[in-house]
Structure formats: C-alpha cells, structure tokens
Write a protein that binds this ligand. Sequence first.
Ligand SMILES: [Zn+2]
Length: 235
Amino acid sequence: MKKESAGSHFTGREKSENNGFKFELKDEIGVFRVVEGDNQLSINLENSSGQQFKVNSLLLPGYEFVSKEILQRQGEEVDEDRETYVRHGKKQVVIDTVELRKEEWQYLLSILHEIGHLARQKEKSKDVKRLDQLTEKQPAIWQDPELFAEMLKLQSEDERDSWAFAIRQLRKMAREFNPELKKVFPDLKSFRDYVDGNLVSGYKKPYREIINSGLTGEYRKELLDALEDLYTRGD
Ligand SMILES: [Zn+2]
C-alpha cells in the first residue's frame, strides 16, 4: 500500500476516495483514525480489544465532519480565524487537519468541544437562543455597546461550557470505552493548559470583530480589556 505523506495535498481536480485525507495513529493509547470519503470525514477510535468507537455518532442528526480542504475544493468559505468550528447553517463541523497532525490525541478534545457546542444548540437554553439572536445582528450590533458586551459575554460562556462538556465526554469515554484515554491528559493541569491555549486562539475572532466594528476611543479599549478578561482568565 502507498504510504501517506505528512500533509494532504489537493490539486483542485477531483480525487478518488482513496486519495483523500487520511490520518492514522496507532500507539499505546489505541488507534485514532480520520479518513475522508465522499467529501466528509469519518473519525474512529479503537481500543486494545479492537472495539470501535465512531465519533461521528456523537454528532446531531444530519451533521457531518469536513476538513478545510474539502470546503476549499468545493469553493466554500473557510474561516481562517478559527481552527476547528461548527457551520450551523450547513450542519458541518470543520476539522483542522494541520492541528490534528500536530496535536494528535489531544486534538480529540477539540473535536469533543465542537460536539459540546452542538449539545448546547440542541438544549436551546435561554442563553443560547439569546446568543444566536445577537450573533445574527452582526455587524449592526457592533455599534451598540451594551448589546455587543452582552454578546461577548455569552460567547465566552458558550466556549467555557463546551470545553467542560468535552472534558466530561472524554472522561466518560475513558471509563466506558478505553481507560488508556486517561493518558491523553494525565492531570488537571494538562487539561487546563490545552483549554487555555484554545481559549486564547478562540479570542482572535471576537477581537477582530471589535477592531472592525469602527468603535473608537475609551469604549473600544474597555471592550478589548473585557474580552481579554473573558478569554484568558480561568474560572
Ligand atoms: Zn468553541
């Protein structure tokens, strides 16, 4: 069998399924496999007894995993501010294959984090509905200091809650499917470092929104300070 090269290269022409993205990691933790087929990704885990866990089964009905490369090939827009994210209108969770190769097992937590966003959407709590409402009002909302601040606060809560969901889900999988998964984040500090790093990168998008908002002066500074607080301080 042909050995896969480290990056996945797309030439723009149609590729057959076997030439699509493939990531396979086999080590003492188990097997972590991400395979492209039919313009979507299948994410599968395997434990030492050969038992499979289909991560796709955690998605909401109708949702699929895609990569940025798949989107680009289809001429769809890619959000460069974000590494891994949900496209709600399209029912897609976008996987960053570069991050996946870099972070390997730890990237699983980022995938579960996006599933956390979906779980919150499904619950449709008051806060989630409000956040959706405010998000839809962009960019007009940028001119309204109070509403803008409210949106940023709800966004930050959405992030933190989805990380908490991801950590609970990974622990559940370690209990019920593969105890070796505990090695991915051996202690609380390693969880925290990973989440904090991602919160900081999640901050890029709202930061850009403020910069692009046209707001100036003291209020803009206040908002940027508040944003930094929301995204960098642990709770
Ligand atoms: Zn998030």
